[in-house]
Design a protein around this ligand. Sequence first.
Ligand code: PGA
Length: 254
Amino acid sequence: MDKERKLIIAGNWKMNKTVAEGVALVNGIKREVKDVKEVDMVVCPPFTALSEVSKAILDSNIRLGAQNMSEHNSGAYTGEIAAGMLKEFSARYVILGHSERRQFQKESDELISKKAAAAHAASLKPIVCVGETLAEREGGQMETVLLTQVRGSLAGLTKPQMEETIVAYEPVWAIGTGKTASAQQAQDAHAFIRSLLVKLFDETVARRVRIQYGGSVKPSNTRELMSLPDVDGALVGGASLEDRSFADIIKNSI
Ligand code: PGA
């Protein structure tokens, strides 16, 4: 697939995989995708597996990401992990503001924007998640919700930082439900997000930012989703927990 922006496929393992299981998974993925150069490939294990997974992908074409981080650099924040600590494992990416964290940890757009700034300060590329719930979509609120989340979560980023930020459009109703957005729904939402980036930043920035789709991505729906003009990759949950399915998603995106 010849696209303007390089695709980025990231696996969000969520709260799954022990260290041994994570290493086995990433070794399997590594074998399957060793010749892939066309797409950026990222795995995001839980914090506990970052160290060993990092070693396992050394000298490979797979990059490391984390699933969250603190907005602070250090100090009395029990249970938190700082960007600098993720860098120790050579992490390059960090998922921020996933809908599960917005829902269960009550993360706000303001907090997510602070985390995004802290990530950039440490040279980590944030993958900032946005997306509407089913009730919001059915209530005609999709665009308002996306506007609020995009404006709030990316507030304060400079243009060069924004260009190095990945936005993940993840409609909440499609996450882990087996329901994928239709091609039209995905393209419309992605084009809308890009139009917001034009207003909030500028044309050039908006053209360069990669917008991933997330929500029940699997090998069988990858090709259609990745062929959409404003879809620049995928953030994959369930289907990233098995080496063959994650590798097939990657291969089907090329
Ligand atoms: P899913 O999760 O692929 O299992 O729907 C996607 C995500 O939450 O990032």
